[in-house]
Ligand binder design. Sequence first.
Ligand code: HSE
Length: 298
Amino acid sequence: MKEAGFSVTVPATTANLGPGFDHLGLALSLTMTIEVATAPQWEVEYKDKEYAELPTDETNLIVQTIQQVVAKYHKTASPQKLVVSSDIPLGKGLGSSATAIAAGIEIANEVAHLQLETQDKLRIGSELEGHADNVTAALLGGLTVSYFTDEEMEVLTFPTPPIGVVILVPPVALKTEASRGLLPEQLTHKEAVRGSAAGSVMTAAIAQEDWATAGRMMERDLFHEPYRKVGFPNFDEIRVACHEAGAYGMTISGAGPSLFIAVPPTTEKQVAASLDERFPHYQAIALQPATTGAIITK
Ligand code: HSE
């Protein structure tokens, strides 16, 4: 029997928000939509030029995710054709791989009738990604805070924060593994305590919708920014310009190479225009946080 097709839409995400390294994620108003229909063999078609170089056969990340998920539950998935449309910049620190993994989990759940619980999807996604920040926000939408180890997983969600977002996207992509390779094996106890305090105060400030404090703490990260910022042309100058333009705070988006800027609601276009003009190396995109995570449409 040929099954009726369906589509899955998953948002882009930004991870870390500075000191929330590997455990804070925020869904953004860019999406990937995948039309799914049964086919004689696995095939992926990307509608957008930026994605043209990705594999379109069984080595594709979405297809691999589907196959890994169904195999985990000792099932098989009949081959599908996946037609992918996306406005998420690829390899630019906006969670494009987590979005693909979240989509793969949803498609596997649908085609193999797995009836996965949300908690299962969150764990599988985090295991496949290696960390929970992007994939939890991609699956659930809004802002997520995760504790993820081999033994335990806690994911809490916040209502969508009342901010605008500007993302500065440079022309060149960066692989997450390469960016993680810049990080030290160890931090001193003192640094870890200060980094955690910045993260805790930032998360508490987000809970209180005090974005002036959250934005300040976003810029106090000690877990990754000091090691990664060297790769960003004009990092400190851009940060000052963001403040001058009225932003709450600026930090690296995920592993980079984009920058995430939290701004007062409705000011994102104006801030993006001013940064676009001042830093032509980057493309400034004005966005909002996204409330909706991965969603299936039949
Ligand atoms: N937390 C991750 C990192 C996000 O910063 O490396 C990118 O996958």
